[in-house]
Design a binder for this molecule. Structure first.
Ligand code: ZN
Length: 560
């Protein structure tokens, strides 16, 4: 048997846990004035990342007052069209930073600093840090209004706690942010992965349905699982809070074999520098194709995530006997609600000894190039986590790189050849990615000779498309006569490559405007920051798409 015995594991962990909760004695208030209902929690599995905060529901609307959770000072403000949208960071004396994202706007005390920065940079998007105590805030002070900006798909507050020094995101529920939860985690199914012995390369998997009894979950078959060779376990598990049906993530998973602790993971803190490695923690295929949140209960050699108790080993299982072994998996949420799965496992007496040399496609750091008359693909041994064969195909001018469900570590290069007679202006060609849902997404590209080259972060279907059409600007809400605090609104759309730049001038001077990619509305607020004098005004709008096609519109109005 290759079990690793850890003596008095349970005792050690209890002590450890107590010390931890004492460290967390903070006095944070809620960042919002309504009861906290979550649509997402810390550590939840997402596309290419573990969720690093809490998603707090705002009743489907915007403009809820957002409060500083503790005294402190504003340390950073970032205004972006993507990701966190409008976000504010507050540093607290206890060494922690609170982060509030997808905001709509800020109170005047804060907004004036942002506008100053935006006028200086002549850009709506800004990201700046503030010297300590430039903007002091008190616990409970309104520091923003909730919104739906950046990458959010509906109005909510994304709230984070980070360690100021390291910027490591911490689980806010361990720092006094209280969320009602009386529901134990829901266990959906168990997976057993056959692994190649040396590097955990997945050789296949079996799936087992579960049945809930009074005490615990058991396998529907209720027979011992028969394994052979080296295997790893995976568990599909989610959690629900009170007052909401949203599927959230679990907090802790422990595995015992024959009463000995064998594996443990816990969502106490994460690290942005390794967060993308979620793709080798979760079952990538199950997540993207079956909408299942499967946690693999073993650690890939390249997995540097900070969520495991690594002293227990990698979590892979291999028996040298044919005895029946007890497996217990315990899953809990932060509130301590726990679900347990019990089953037996037995190994056939022929340890897998198949030769996998044929799968060792390449040596470390080897470059791999697929090259022909129509396209080339350039990867190296660091592009993906595991060995694989690229399944490439070129049909009807579409380059298809299969193995779509292969997690990727790094971007790689693809290039496609175009026919000079077909395109009079090659600078207008893009490499278009055709998504599974039928969307066409611009993957840009640089032209050299009769080749266009780009970096992509995924396999899939690619074609060449041309964008020589400028964006369209239409008036949406304008008046010939405007007064202070009114706004001019225009609809700005593009056919393919996407709106990349926009610039508004009034009487020849740059003025702040805000473009909303969700509804394509360009808003020009005529507020105090615009500092306009009364009289006839000429408003000039210039818009450019990603392939540098430009559009202009001039609008005259009277400002009173
Ligand atoms: Zn979020």
């Amino acid at each position: 048997m290759i079990f690793k015995f850890i003596i008095s594991t349970t005792l050690f962990f209890l002590i450890n846990h107590n010390v931890y909760s004492q460290q967390n004695q903070t006095n944070f208030r809620s960042p919002i004035g309504i009861p906290i209902i979550l649509s997402g929690n810390f550590g939840e599995l997402r596309t290419n990342h573990f969720h690093t905060g809490l998603d707090i529901k705002t009743n489907g609307t915007i403009n809820y007052r957002i409060y500083a959770v503790e005294d402190g000072f504003v340390s950073r403000i970032k205004i972006s069209h993507w990701g966190y949208g409008k976000a504010i960071y507050v540093d607290h004396p206890n060494g922690l930073t609170s982060v509030y994202a997808h905001l709509d706007h800020f109170p005047k005390k804060i907004e004036q600093f942002i506008r100053k920065e935006q006028y200086q940079k002549k850009s709506e998007e800004v990201d700046f840090t503030l010297v300590k105590n430039t903007i002091r805030v008190e616990k409970g002070e309104v520091i923003a209004y909730s919104g739906n900006t950046g990458g959010s798909s509906g109005p909510h507050l994304h709230f984070e706690i980070r360690e100021t020094k390291t910027e490591l995101p911490l689980n806010p529920q361990l720092y006094g942010i209280d969320v009602k939860d009386h529901t134990p985690p829901i266990l959906r199914n168990l997976r057993v992965y056959s692994l190649r012995k040396d590097d955990l390369f997945l050789m296949g998997q079996e799936q087992y349905t579960l049945k809930k009894t009074n005490q615990s979950y058991i396998l529907t078959t209720n027979k011992p699982l028969l394994i052979s060779g080296n295997v790893g376990l995976g568990l599909s598990a989610i959690d629900r809070y009170d007052l909401a049906q949203n599927r959230c993530g679990i907090y802790n998973i422990k595995v015992w074999i024959d009463g000995n602790m064998y594996f443990e993971q816990e969502m106490k803190s994460l690290d942005f520098s390794t967060n993308k490695q979620i793709n080798i923690h979760k079952d990538y295929y199950a997540y993207h194709e079956q909408k299942e949140s499967v946690h693999k209960l073993f650690i890939h050699p390249e997995n540097k995530l900070p969520i495991y108790r690594r002293e227990l080993g990698s979590g892979t299982i291999h028996f040298n006997d044919t005895l029946i072994h007890d497996v217990k998996i315990e899953v809990s949420d932060v509130s301590g609600n726990t679900s347990t799965l019990n089953f037996n496992i037995v190994s056939s007496n022929n340890p897998m000894d198949i030769q996998y040399d044929s799968l060792n496609l390449r040596e470390k750091n080897e470059k791999l190039m697929i090259e022909n008359d129509n396209y080339f693909v350039k990867v190296d041994s660091n592009t993906f986590y595991d060995d694989f064969i690229i399944d490439d195909q070129f049909k009807n001018k579409m380059l298809s790189l299969k193995n779509k469900n292969l997690p990727q570590k790094k971007k790689f290069i693809i290039a496609m050849k175009f026919n000079k007679h077909e395109f009079d202006d090659p600078s207008k060609i893009i490499i278009a990615h055709h998504s599974k849902k039928g969307k066409v997404l611009n993957r840009k590209g640089e032209v050299s000779g009769d080749w266009i080259t780009t970096n992509v972060s995924h396999l899939g279907d690619f074609t060449l498309m041309i964008d020589s059409t400028a964006p369209v600007i239409k008036t949406k809400r304008v008046n010939e006569m405007m007064t202070l605090n009114q706004s001019l609104q225009f609809l700005v759309t593009d056919n393919l490559s996407g709106v990349e730049k926009y610039k508004v001038k009034i009487d020849g001077k740059w003025i702040y405007s805000t473009y909303n990619y969700k509804n394509a509305v360009l808003t020009i607020p005529l507020d105090a920051y615009a500092n306009l004098e009364a009289g006839e005004k000429i408003c000039e709008i210039e818009v450019e798409d990603e392939r540098k096609n430009k559009q202009f519109l001039t609008y005259n109005f009277l400002y009173k």
